[in-house]
Design a protein around this ligand. Structure first.
Ligand code: ZN
Length: 320
């Protein structure tokens, strides 16, 4: 019995000890490629302790709201620690392209950001800089997370796990859908008419994917097939009667992350995300940085008839 009492006692202590490792769901506060490490708790001059994480990025990189909220601190005259948007510190103070310290609030805070303004996660707040006592450290965002009572918590794990709404990583996207069952999130049924995650054909050339839901899915063309499979060696031949017995489920869409598509009637290029979600690649430069120099060889024309199998998602605005 005393052991049980001990367990209960130690459980009640856990919230006190895990606070520093808490992960808050946030949008990453800086757009684009950055570098940061767990610098929370490091010692600083004058016996101070570092109550945030420093995120290094070039000047004038967009600073993004991590959560929905209200701006409660927005100094208009640069304090010793620099311009700040609440817990975003060292916001830019330079005229763009210089290190003159003369940028003023117009190059620190976005026009819509005023004291008391309401913001939503993902909104532009201002720009990265080296204001205040970061002047000789290099431009970075000093970022803190505090509990409502003002206690700082280590933001490192929240930053590692933060979402990057405008970003797209083909490799990570590809891993989200190893099979068409995963991509379509098909649920298994008992005694299906064909074996889940196999390829079947009958007397014609048409190849079908057999889903976990016991239905067969059509590959609208060979390019879509080849985004999932490198050859036709795994295809099982069944009789026409057996094929007819398997209900038709719908069309297979491109494997996410592999190729990009455009409509024949619209020049916009889209990357494919899981579940047939199309995300507009907003510039050729972005397409190049995501898919490499030969990105335009990875764009397939998709006929309007098949376009209806897809849904539009958020545009891609950054690679990270
Ligand atoms: Zn710092």
């Amino acid at each position: 019995m005393p052991k049980i009492v001990l367990v209960i006692f130690s459980l009640s202590l856990i919230p006190l000890t895990v606070t520093a490792e808490e992960v808050r769901p946030i949008v990453f506060p800086v757009e684009g490629e950055v570098s940061f490490s767990d610098s929370y708790g490091d010692s600083r001059s004058g016996g101070r302790v570092h109550e945030g994480v420093d995120i290094f990025a070039p000047k004038m990189r967009p600073l993004i709201a991590t959560v929905d909220g209200r701006i409660t601190m927005l100094p208009q005259n640069e304090p010793y620690y620099g311009y700040a948007i609440y817990r975003y510190i060292h916001v830019n103070n330079d005229t763009p392209g210089t290190d003159d310290g003369q940028g003023g609030v117009v190059y620190a805070y976005a026009p819509t950001i005023t004291d008391n303004a309401r913001v939503v996660a993902g909104q532009l707040l201002g720009w990265v800089g080296d204001s205040g006592n970061a002047e000789n450290v290099g431009s970075h965002l000093h970022f803190e997370i505090h509990t409502p009572d003002g206690t700082p918590i280590n933001p490192y794990l929240s930053l590692v796990n933060a979402s990057h709404p405008g970003a797209f990583d083909p490799e990570i996207t590809k891993q989200t859908a190893p099979t068409i069952n995963d991509d379509k999130q098909l649920l298994s049924i008992s005694s299906p008419a064909c074996q889940s995650n196999t390829l079947v054909k009958a007397s014609t050339d048409a190849v079908y994917y057999c889903g976990a839901d016991g239905q067969r899915y059509v590959f609208p063309n060979q390019k879509i097939y080849l985004s999932w499979y490198t050859n036709f060696s795994g295809v099982i031949t069944i009789t026409d009667a057996e094929l007819a017995n398997i209900p038709l489920g719908g069309n297979v869409t491109y494997r996410p992350g592999v190729r990009m598509v455009k409509m024949t009637t619209d020049p916009k290029v889209y990357a494919v995300a899981a579940g047939g979600i199309l995300r507009h690649v907003t510039s050729p430069e972005l397409a190049r940085s995501i898919y490499g120099e030969d990105w335009n060889t990875l764009v397939d024309d998709l006929s309007d008839a098949f376009f209806v199998n897809y849904h539009l998602g958020d545009p891609i605005t950054t690679i990270f």
